[in-house]
Design a protein. Structure first.
Length: 164
């Protein structure tokens, strides 16, 4: 950003940081045959399994914030690569449950290590992963993510001003 331009908005900065992070993770996990989106899916699946869950595609979509259709597409690609198994949920024949394969678990553990090193590097200006500033930053990001957004409708009659 140039020195003469107006101060960037928080939204612009969040967008820039998200893009910087996505590109860095894409590059870091590419040697493992993953994209950032695929990493997000398998790392979340790994964490959910460790918590005793075997999530459906819908639960994983809710957990990651990705669209269900995108999770389905990623899951099919990861299944083709031998990293996850997709099976019908015996309690709900419409739902598909996901689980890491042995190979998928090994690659995911390796990818988590790579991304943790990257995260430490990214957070160094705040004092590192376990620093008080990082915990505060994480709290602020969580608050923003938890805040509901109600999209405004451009042609909403109730928002128009009455003309005299």
């Amino acid at each position: 950003m140039s020195k003469g331009s107006p101060s960037p908005t928080p939204g612009f900065l969040v967008w820039r940081l998200a893009n910087k992070w996505r590109v860095a993770v894409d590059r870091a996990v590419a040697p493992l045959g993953l994209t950032h989106a695929q990493y997000s899916l398998v790392a979340s699946l790994y964490g959910m399994r460790r918590a005793g869950e075997r999530p459906s595609q819908r639960q994983l979509a809710d957990h990651t914030g990705m669209e269900a259709l995108y999770v389905s597409k990623l899951a099919r690609a990861l299944e083709s690569a031998g990293l996850i198994d997709r099976t019908r949920d015996p309690r709900d024949p419409r739902a598909v449950q996901l689980a890491l394969t042995e190979q998928g678990e090994a690659i995911t553990r390796e990818a988590i290590g790579v991304v943790q090193e990257l995260l430490q590097q990214l957070l160094e200006p705040l004092g590192g992963l376990d620093a008080p500033r990082t915990r505060a930053f994480t709290g602020e990001l969580t608050a923003l993510l938890d805040a509901p957004l109600t999209p405004s409708i451009p042609n909403d009659e109730s928002k128009r001003r009455a003309t005299p």
